[in-house]
Design a protein around this ligand. Sequence first.
Ligand SMILES: Nc1ncnc2c1ncn2[C@@H]1O[C@H](COP(=O)(O)OP(=O)(O)OP(=O)(O)O)[C@@H](O)[C@H]1O
Ligand SMILES: [Mg+2]
Length: 262
Amino acid sequence: MYILESRKVSKHFGGLKAVDQVDMQVEKGEIFGIIGPNGAGKTTFFNLCAGTYPVTSGEILFNGANTTNKPPHEMARLGLARTFQNIKLFDYMTVEENIAVGFHIHTRTNVFDAVLHTRRYKNDEALIRERTAEILEFVGLTPYAKVKASNLSYGIQRKVEIARALVLKPSLLLLDEPAAGMNPSETQELLTFVRKLNADGYTIVVIEHDMKFIMNLCDRILVLNYGKKICEGTPEVVKNNAAVAEAYFGKGLAVNGGNADA
Ligand SMILES: Nc1ncnc2c1ncn2[C@@H]1O[C@H](COP(=O)(O)OP(=O)(O)OP(=O)(O)O)[C@@H](O)[C@H]1O
Ligand SMILES: [Mg+2]
């Protein structure tokens, strides 16, 4: 059984086939990469897996159960967490507050509880504090707990986003371009961090444009182009695939030396 599987999944926006009949199988415990040129359909594919968009056709299975078109909060409760291509932190909130925000879909607190300060609300608040502290420690952000998000370096902001995704104790993490905008040392640190998460039991699917990062990190990689899967395999296989070279560098280059035997 796969932790995440897509079967001939498509998403059309009007006449545009943003995701076109994509099959994917992610094994529990692996680091799985998704690459492809701008507009290839990577983020849209994540949105289908996470329930953010309904599929046009096809099926999504999470831990063997058919989860096609289940809403995001339900996917989150089932153990699928994701981060976004654009950082979505609240600038005016501290690191610990930003992480605590991730609980709202997880805890049973509703608006009435919060207003009336019922016992359930108080229990949840204690739980949130405890879990937030635990996560801060785990990801090494405890020293930043009281710092406002707007005062953090880009690399740390990205880390806070990932930390927030962990509050639900997910089994699967979808990371959309976590290294975007990072300098080389931040990227290297992120690589180590993602490996640590994986060693700790998280299965990871990561979209990234940074080839060195993805090739060094992933067990297997899926390549999308114009919504279609054009290649899938180990970093070695993907590096040496002519269709991938062509998608990135154009036909001429792919034939004349863009091919990865070189
Ligand atoms: N909500 C939407 N409505 C209409 N078209 C969309 C929508 N979301 C994405 N698209 C289109 O679908 C295609 C795939 O976009 P997507 O964002 O999934 O690509 P991507 O591979 O993540 O690209 P990038 O590497 O630039 O992030 C693009 O042509 C995009 O313009
Ligand atoms: Mg994208």
